[in-house]
Each structure stands twice: as structure tokens, then as C-alpha cells.
Ligand binder design. Sequence first.
Ligand code: AR6
Length: 186
Amino acid sequence: MVEVTVGGVRIECVQGDIVRQVGFDAIVNAANAQLRSGGGVAGAIHRAAGPGLEEECRPLAPIRPGQAVITGGHNLPNRYVIHCLGPVYGRDEPSDQLLASCYRNALSLAEERGITSVAFPAISTGVFGYPMEEAAEVALRTIIGVAPSLKSVKVIRFVLRDEAALRTHQEVLARLEPGGDDAGST
Ligand code: AR6
């Protein structure tokens, strides 16, 4: 696990499943506009949370690319789910700014609720086709930029499905934040 601390916030990358983040106050959903179940992260979260989540989501939909909304975690081990609609790569433009908004808006909702720990998947990098390394750069740069202004959030975790995605995030994190564990390694 690579982790760095920026402005008192720990940022870490792990390989795993977003629905198994025990001990985290909130997990983030790579949602669809209708906030329904689907493939990938959204399917896993709705399956694990149970039907109460879709019910709570219904009046909050639809959401726009870059937007985030928050619900309870239902049967998940987390108190909250923050649902973000990432941009479809090559369609929702400017995709880097919309992706950055997802992370900023998710963290701002977390702050409003006094959340201390948030676990993110790599939003938009599955069905929505955002190249992993570009997405990792946008996500981590945004989080590193916002971290010093966060008062409540103390731990931000990226949960990556496979080893290649983990490695990409670790390399980008080490590059963007030279004080990280991997500082100096090539
Ligand atoms: N835990 C962590 N990461 C995961 C998991 C998991 N359980 N499952 C997949 N990933 P995606 P998007 C990775 O497609 O691109 C849905 O159908 C996956 O390998 O979930 O934002 C929704 O309904 C990829 O790297 O989200 C939307 O319609 C990343 O998580 C649409 O897909 C995101 O993949 C959203 O597309």
C-alpha cells in the first residue's frame, strides 16, 4: 500500500472491493444518472446495500456528470454512500473538469456530514471508458489540491479492482506527491 499525507489527510491506494471497506464512514459509487443498479461498482453497491438504497435514490435522480449526492449505506458496512456521475469519456466534455468535480463534490458532501473517512473507486474508468492513467492523474491531483482545506475528512482511500490499476494509482500518487512512500523510486 502506498500512502501519503497531505495537509493532515492520509491518501492511500489499495487493491480490493469497494463494498468491503469496513471501518470507512462513506464509500463512493460510480453511479449512473438514474442512480439505479447497473454493472461494475454501481451493481456491487446496490446488491450489497439491498433494495432500500434504490428507494432512497429514486427522488434524488437524475444527476448530471460531475454531480454528487449522498444517501445512507443500508446493508453496507458504511454509514453513507456518496453517488457520483462520472463523465463518459469522449462524450461529456470537458471530461477532466467533470471528473475533478466528482471528487470535489463528493468531498464537500463528506465535509458537510462530518465524515472522517471516504473510499473511492476509480470513477469513469470502467463502462465510461476513461483511460486509467489519465483518470488517476485527475483524481489524485484534485484530491491533493483539496486536502489542505478539509476539516473533517482525515482518510481518503482509492480502492482499485486489479493490480494494474493499483500500480497506476501508486505511480501517479508518488509522482504528484514527492513526499510519498515511493519518493525517489523510479
Ligand atoms: N470495487 C472496486 N472497483 C470496482 C468494482 C468493485 N466492486 N467493480 C468494478 N470496479 P464502473 P464507470 C472498477 O464501470 O466507468 C455502471 O454500469 C472497474 O474495474 O463501475 O464510472 C453504472 O450503472 C473500473 O476501473 O464505473 C454506470 O452506467 C472502475 O471500478 C456506469 O457503469 C469504475 O467502473 C459507470 O461507469
